[in-house]
Design a binder for this molecule. Sequence first.
Ligand SMILES: *[C@@H]1O[C@H](CO)[C@@H](O)[C@H](O)[C@H]1NC(C)=O
Ligand SMILES: *[C@@H]1O[C@H](CO)[C@@H](O)[C@H](O)[C@H]1NC(C)=O
Ligand SMILES: *[C@@H]1O[C@H](CO)[C@@H](O)[C@H](O)[C@H]1NC(C)=O
Ligand SMILES: *[C@@H]1O[C@H](CO)[C@@H](O)[C@H](O)[C@H]1NC(C)=O
Ligand SMILES: *[C@@H]1O[C@H](CO)[C@@H](O)[C@H](O)[C@H]1NC(C)=O
Ligand SMILES: *[C@@H]1O[C@H](CO)[C@@H](O)[C@H](O)[C@H]1NC(C)=O
Length: 547
Amino acid sequence: MFMTTCPKIRIVWVLLCVLLLCRNLRASRPNIIFILADDLGWNDVGFHGSGQIPTPNIDALAFSGILLDNYYVTPICTPSRSALMTGKHPIHTGMQHGVLKGAEARGLPLQEKLLPEYLRDLGYRTHIVGKWHLGFYKKEYTPTYRGFESHVGFWTGRHDYNDHTAMESPYWGMDMRRGLQPAWDLHGKYSTDVFTSESVTLIKNHNTTEPLFLYVAHAAVHSGNPYNPLPVPDKEAARFTDISNYNRRRYAGILSKLDQSVGDIVEALRVKGILNNSIIIFSTDNGGPAAGFNLNAASNWPLRGVKNTLWEGGVRGAGLIWYPKFNQPGRVAKQMFHITDWLPTLLTAAGGDVSNLTMDGMSLWNSLEEDTASPRDTILHNIDDEYGNSAITVGKWKLVQGTTYEGTWDGWYGPSGEEWIYNIGAVIGSLVGRAVTALGLNLTSTNIRKLQREVQVNCIWQNRSSSNCNPLVSSCLFNIEDDPCEQNNVASQNPQIVEELRKQILRWNATAVPPGNLIWDPRADPALWDHTWNNFGDYSVEIQSAS
Ligand SMILES: *[C@@H]1O[C@H](CO)[C@@H](O)[C@H](O)[C@H]1NC(C)=O
Ligand SMILES: *[C@@H]1O[C@H](CO)[C@@H](O)[C@H](O)[C@H]1NC(C)=O
Ligand SMILES: *[C@@H]1O[C@H](CO)[C@@H](O)[C@H](O)[C@H]1NC(C)=O
Ligand SMILES: *[C@@H]1O[C@H](CO)[C@@H](O)[C@H](O)[C@H]1NC(C)=O
Ligand SMILES: *[C@@H]1O[C@H](CO)[C@@H](O)[C@H](O)[C@H]1NC(C)=O
Ligand SMILES: *[C@@H]1O[C@H](CO)[C@@H](O)[C@H](O)[C@H]1NC(C)=O
């Protein structure tokens, strides 16, 4: 009907206008650069106050952006990455227990629509650099089949930063790829450098008529293989001879390379002329492996616990969001934010409509921008029936039921870094410091000191060897606002609150799907695949019975 009553010429005009409008919208959408550190502890970033390992570039983003102070991730790699990509809690995708091992024939379920796919719908160009860890046994599970146009990086949970092999005893194979192709040519090139130069090249070659989504998932600061757990260039380690603990010194060098990478990426955005329209997120994936956990040397001080525990040290994440167009950038956000919130939050920032999305994540874009209350007051940290633990925070109350390692990682693990003086000048003078100052942002020592005071964690007892909680005996309740270090179990004084939180965990549990973990598949053995971790499920192979 419309066709017959309307002259063709008008239709052409309408179409043209719609096209132009779409192009303009597309061009004005902000670029999104998501930098995910692996296993970085609460107290490893300088912006939480420690001067032991300088992270001036990361700190400059934090102090000129929004420092997320009430930010929670999940306790370990695969669940966190699944939550980031889907906006769903890992208990709803079967990714809640431990990590995905290289020899498991599973991946993040294919019916899930992922963040890059949503952003593609809005006209974004999408790239991932670095670690995937969401499945690869069939090619359909790998990044370039799941919304990303390109991938230079690795599929398993961690690799050696120089030879790029991943050891998951008894299996051992090379894990570094360009798309589906093994990247043998990168052998000997330090992973952090590989991912930085790939990111810089992608930014340099980006066509600015379209918005960019770049997901940089570093190997750093995860430990490598057992034969060289903390792979650091000698030159970097040598800068930290004042750190007497040998492993911590090597960790400092690895982290320092990560900080320089952040500087180089921001500088590339500046040179390209798109920093002023870019949102940058820097986040850890989970709490730090401290004191030899995973052969690593992170610090979650003064928070309790480590990676893969449900204590604050396992789940309260170091994170920030930076955007020069925020109202009053250079502030601390107290809004409760969960890693599942990134998907709807970033879609909102990109101009998408999230009103019909059904997922656990909530959009906090407006709350962050206007500094108004968070729509969220509850975070389920996890329900893991294999370990027999679960934890939930509702408002200021946190209930912890059971624990991960029979109680062996339930303490407080330093170092505090208190004896080091924080270098504010280095933050202002860093690559990022100069770039954000040139944009007119307020990166002054007065403001930095003010923000540092605001994010300081004050433990009520200041005594890391004491607590009246043993979750193997009974559930513990903490007032996280007053007792962020989880030292004072107040369960016996507040039985109704314990009961209410316990019920909430049961309600979540009723919606959970069972964990998808599988026993190892011998077809995965890299020895069968030219010594690479491969998409073994795409081929039929005869396995000789091992004798
Ligand atoms: C960038 O993309 C636009 C729109 O697709 C195109 O017209 C232009 O030629 C591209 N520029 C470059 C340098 O490729
Ligand atoms: C960002 O800066 C570039 C170059 O300096 C300028 O052309 C552009 O208009 C600016 N964009 C915004 C959104 O401010
Ligand atoms: C959301 O769902 C409602 C009800 O089904 C529908 O009317 C509306 O168009 C949907 N909005 C979007 C953006 O899809
Ligand atoms: C920068 O921050 C300081 C400290 O918060 C404040 O006093 C000052 O007014 C701010 N300057 C600008 C230009 O916003
Ligand atoms: C710390 O707690 C332990 C164990 O409860 C106790 O023995 C010790 O005296 C406390 N130290 C201080 C400085 O309060
Ligand atoms: C969750 O539900 C499963 C299956 O019904 C049950 O086996 C498990 O004990 C429940 N876990 C918790 C923490 O309630």
